[in-house]
Design a protein around this ligand. Structure first.
Ligand code: SAM
Length: 405
């Protein structure tokens, strides 16, 4: 019996890096986002921008919120609530869509702010719906409760589902014009780690090196790329974006890209989760705009490689960035990546639905969609506007099939 179990174990392939990251973040039992005490928190009242004198005062205010709320992350949706939601509601109204789907609604703050704002204008007379697609059961329940508490149960549905799966999007496979929005979701999507070895792209699996009484020691194992889905497609897009001098001899030798190994010595953290997301949406929802906002750059990353993540664990209540990934304790580690928006757009366009991607720095996009009263409410006493000035390392992508309303 024991030996049968052992051979069953041996027959199970070690997970690809993206599968391992996925389980670290989203395992229903001990994943980082599944824990009962979620790492994101809502603010109890809006940031009083006009009564804060300078940027220094504003930063001190935000730092005090972190301490008071004992939260790990305050995202722009929280810090700029309800104004960011109002700005996005302007965008929704200008598109004229009647269905909004938010991926990864976190605490539900942006959803509430958007629906508040839509109901306060002519959308109150129109039939519209707002749906959250959320992978964490505890956050999904929290979002539903929050929206019900805000009086929005009439237009709101919460779906506990994985946005990377096509099956999740089939319920929207009609012609209804749909805005799909996701803020700070891309950074938490799984990535694969690939590397050129002797001129051939290799993928990474996470293997158990040693089992011990109190845990396992893990190691990375490289092997030539065999994944014929997300890794291959994301590599295709990566290669196009980088204009790498790749040459393929035959279809059979497609992985033997004759890159000079010395030109690509570093691993690449390939956004295969994002590839799955844009493919699932683009190929399933015919009449959409996909609006994604996230970090385009992360400072001070200690892990090696292009698009490498920050791995932040909380030990004894203190956040600590780790220099390596595999020994991170399960459930207490956040893993988040920068997004290369050109690569994101290339992956979307390669799905071939005829849609294109437009990329904006956050201040450009928000400057376009925020109206004067939003900007005024977010202006400090010294005249600076954190909604536009902050998050200089953030961009937005509008990925759209030819949306018709
Ligand atoms: C960093 S939080 C951002 C929350 C919120 N959008 C905000 O800006 O405050 C990432 C959110 O995305 C959710 N998420 C991550 N991967 C997902 C997936 N594959 N499908 C649906 N939700 C996902 C997480 O559970 C979490 O709610």
């Amino acid at each position: 019996m024991a030996s049968a179990r052992r051979s069953a174990l041996a027959a199970t392939r070690a997970p690809l890096m993206r599968e391992w990251i996925y389980s670290m973040l989203y395992d229903p039992v001990d994943g980082y986002f599944s824990k009962h005490k979620a790492p994101v928190a809502p603010m109890t009242s809006p940031t009083p921008f006009p009564s804060l004198e300078t940027r220094h005062d504003y930063l001190a205010y935000v730092a005090a919120q972190y301490a008071t709320l004992e939260t790990k992350w305050l995202t722009p949706s929280e810090i700029f609530s309800p104004y960011l939601g109002r700005a996005i509601a302007n965008h929704i109204a200008s598109l004229g869509v009647t269905r909004v789907v938010e991926i990864g609604s976190g605490t539900g703050t942006l959803a509430r702010d958007i629906v508040d704002s839509l109901k306060a204008r002519e959308y109150a007379d129109r039939k519209f719906e707002f749906v959250s697609i959320e992978i964490s059961k505890s956050l999904s329940e929290r979002q539903a409760a929050r929206m019900e508490g805000a009086g929005h149960a009439d237009v709101y549905r919460s779906r506990h589902a994985d946005a990377l799966l096509e099956s999740t999007w089939r319920q929207f496979a009609d012609e209804q014009p749909t805005l799909i929005v996701g803020l700070e979701v891309l950074d938490n999507l799984p990535h694969d780690k690939v590397q050129v070895v002797d001129g051939v792209w290799h993928q990474t699996r996470v293997q158990v090196q040693q089992r011990e009484a109190f845990g396992e020691t893990l190691r990375e194992a490289l092997e030539p790329v065999t994944d014929d889905g997300p890794i291959l497609r994301a590599l295709d897009a990566y290669e196009r974006v980088k204009s790498a001098p790749a040459q393929r001899t035959t279809r059979d030798a497609m992985f033997k890209w004759l890159l000079d190994a010395t030109e690509t010595p570093d691993p690449v953290w390939l956004p295969t989760g994002a590839e799955q997301l844009v493919r699932a949406v683009a190929s399933t929802v015919p009449n959409h705009e996909l609006l994604l906002g996230d970090f385009d750059f992360l400072p001070g990353v200690a892990i090696a490689g292009e698009f490498a993540p920050i791995v932040s664990s909380t030990v004894d209540g203190k956040a600590r960035d780790r220099g390596e990934l595999l020994s991170a304790p399960r459930g207490s580690v956040d893993i988040f990546f920068p997004t290369d928006f050109r690569l994101l757009a290339a992956m979307y366009e390669q799905v071939g639905v005829g849609g294109a991607g437009e990329i904006f720095k956050a201040h450009e996009f928000l400057g376009m969609v925020a109206c004067d009263d939003v900007l005024t409410a977010c202006t400090l006493a010294d005249g600076s506007i954190p909604l536009l000035d902050d998050f200089a390392n953030t961009s937005f992508a509008r990925l759209s099939s030819t949306l018709h309303v």
